[in-house]
Write a protein that binds this ligand. Structure first.
Ligand SMILES: NC(=O)c1ccc[n+]([C@@H]2O[C@H](COP(=O)([O-])OP(=O)(O)OC[C@H]3O[C@@H](n4cnc5c(N)ncnc54)[C@H](OP(=O)(O)O)[C@@H]3O)[C@@H](O)[C@H]2O)c1
Length: 371
């Protein structure tokens, strides 16, 4: 059976039905300040199921310039798992708490944090990049928080800084988006892939989407995909047929190996293959003919690098556009389940499995539902 509405068992509103639930004022009454919080911890690199622990520690009152953020909701992204394994270039000091992105609500602020900063008790905020978001609550430098406007669903705010931002940047930073142009990608049902589909459509681009599970086709077409094809040897002819041999100048690769070669093979002269993930863990081979006769460009993208280098004004401009898209309902990421931090092991085990119905998040299921 083909499921068009992804399963969201915690009661978050299903995509077509998200107009009311999931909204929250950005400065609702402040939640009660917790005095202790549980966090995920790892003291050495290795298999996440073996090295992750939870620990509960007291929370101090926020000091000058600080905020206490509670009710944190954070996704388990592949990069978080790679960071724990030690196979990711970002290596935070150990022991550490994983979690690159997430959102929460300000419970209290320290001296010197005035309302003019946009940060006040009750404000929903994006946590700073790489904060270590797999925790219930924490003390944060208030200046590093990004206030989230009203009407942005809480769980979408929690997942906005990595995957939507990656899709947005890759569609803008390599090939000028021209209405009507085709873009091709693999792992098209991933969170990034779905954002590529939605943002490309908003920009007037058309997408060819390769997946390894045929049953996803109807769901992705319903989400705005122009063509959904199996990522196997049948793809070459199917791509030509779907696009009527139109030139494709941008390919987005999250898989590597044979799949990346399929994308490169579909590119027109001068086209660009942007690699941003390596889900198959297979190397990319570059046939000499693609360089000599097609002058293909092989590029890479890493959103952490982008955040490090970006002008604060550019960062803010992108957030404003992404908040707009979220309000329009265009950044819907299917959520399979939210687990409390105390069920870390179950959550991580599920996140490490293929064939999920959506993202796994850490946080309070009730909190995520209520907002
Ligand atoms: N470079 C950057 O800045 C950046 C930023 C964000 C994400 N990423 C990368 O983008 C990729 C997707 O991230 P996400 O959070 O969107 O993922 P996600 O929602 O967790 O989805 C994972 C995707 O990978 C596919 N997959 C898993 N194992 C695979 C394999 N062995 N061969 C082929 N496909 C496989 C899954 O297919 P099934 O559903 O069929 O299992 C699914 O489409 C990851 O590699 C991540 O590290 C990179």
């Amino acid at each position: 059976m083909i499921s068009v509405i992804p399963m969201i068992p915690i009661g978050l509103t299903a995509p077509g039905n998200r107009a009311h639930a999931g909204r929250m004022p950005s400065a609702a009454p402040a939640p009660a300040s917790p005095t202790a919080a549980t966090a995920a911890i790892f003291a050495r690199h290795g298999n996440p199921l073996e090295v992750l622990e939870t620990a509960t520690a007291e929370l101090p009152a926020p000091g000058p310039g600080e905020a206490l953020v509670s009710g944190i909701l954070a996704p388990i992204n592949p990069a978080d798992l790679n960071t724990i394994e030690g196979s990711y270039p970002a290596r935070p000091p150990l022991p550490g708490t994983p979690g690159v992105e997430g959102a929460g609500r300000v419970a209290a602020v320290g001296p010197g944090v005035t309302e003019s900063t946009g940060i006040a008790p009750g404000t929903v905020v994006l946590l700073p990049h790489g904060y270590g978001t797999w925790r219930e609550a924490g003390i944060v430098d208030a200046a590093s928080l990004t206030p989230v406007p009203p009407d942005v669903p809480f769980h979408e705010a929690a997942m906005l800084k990595i995957n939507p931002a990656t899709a947005w940047r890759m569609l803008h930073d390599f090939v000028e988006p021209q209405p009507g142009a085709w873009v091709i990608q693999n792992a098209a049902n991933s969170a990034v892939g779905r954002h590529v589909i939605a943002i490309a459509r908003e920009l007037g681009l058309r997408t060819v989407n390769l997946v390894r599970r045929a049953e996803l086709a109807h769901e992705l077409v319903a989400a705005g995909a122009d063509a959904v094809l199996l990522d196997d040897d049948s793809a070459r002819d199917a791509i030509a047929e779907a696009t009527e041999n139109a030139p494709i100048l941008l390919a987005l690769n999250a898989v590597g190996g044979e799949s990346a070669m399929r994308l490169a093979g579909a590119l027109a002269h001068g086209g660009t293959l942007v690699t941003y993930g390596a889900m198959s863990r297979q190397a990319i081979k570059v046939p000499a003919g693609q360089l000599i006769f097609k002058d293909l460009r092989y590029r890479g993208f890493w959103v952490s690098h982008w955040y490090r280098e970006a002008d604060p004004a550019d960062r803010q401009a992108m957030f404003l556009r992404l908040f707009d898209l979220a309000r329009m309902g265009l950044l819907r990421t299917p959520v399979e389940r939210v687990y409390p931090v105390s069920q870390l092991r179950e959550a991580v085990a599920r996140a490490m499995e293929g064939g999920r119905n959506g993202k796994i998040l850490l946080g309070s299921p009730e909190d995520a539902r209520a907002r």
